[in-house]
Design a protein around this ligand. Sequence first.
Ligand code: ADP
Ligand code: MG
Length: 291
Amino acid sequence: MTPDLMEEGARRVAAHQAVAAPGKTESGGRAAGFARPVLPGEVDVTHGRILYLEDVCVSFDGFRAINKLSLDIAPGELRCIIGPNGAGKTTMMDIITGKTRPDSGTVFFGSTIDLLRYKEAEIAQLGIGRKFQKPTVFEQLSVFENLELALKTDKGVKASMFFRLDSADSDRLADVLRTIHLADSVDRPAGELSHGQKQWLEIGMLLMQDPKLLLLDEPVAGMTDEETARTAELFLTLKGHHSLMVVEHDMSFIKTISEKVTVLHEGSVLAEGTLEEVQADERVIEVYLGR
Ligand code: ADP
Ligand code: MG
């Protein structure tokens, strides 16, 4: 996406947030106020949602890992997902990204793109980026080369054979380097980076493709306190320009970044609200936070 589109996106998010009551993205919170034509390749968020799941179910060998899961995310929102191990958090991301097919239910990107009709690679192309738990950067390549490679992947194999960074790409790369705090390490091999820096580099590689929605699975696991704090800053910077879904167990991290928190348990939503609200919820205390 070009910077002016990004700006336009940010304006729409601001408009959305002004119109829709915070936290009201269920059908009652529909913001119908900004009817503008949706351009090809753009995600239609005129109904106030970038992601919409309804009644999604998936079983593995008769075990219901996801059970009537319904949830939606507003454009530009930073949503935190918490829940005990085995709650279905990673499986939910597998379903959104096309890695796992649900047995039933609805999964929409914006109000027009039925994600269940697309394959994993196509979903990435549509603008959903995913960060897995372990960093998967190319250790022998430099920070720069890793970011450059992320662009090439985006352009497809054929184009990448004749690939040269144009000035817009160079600008984007410089922007991303600053955003992920790695401008000083641009020529270092990724293998020399700390665990936290590798995680940031991988996030940077996703950002090179300018995803509309970013899914991040336990991004601060194994990070030092300082790296965790910087990651919180990074996510707060990304919010508004991108929509983020962040799965984490680190409550102080969640506290720093969260607006709305969804608690998953046994494959469905147990509670949703501010961190304070869900932390005070008896059922959440029972199954997750402990007494
Ligand atoms: P979380 O990320 O919340 O810890 P997961 O989504 O990884 O939970 O797992 C939810 C449940 O589904 C677990 O009981 C897990 O063992 C099971 N599960 C996940 N993926 C598979 C699979 N491919 N085959 C069989 N069982 C699976
Ligand atoms: Mg998981």
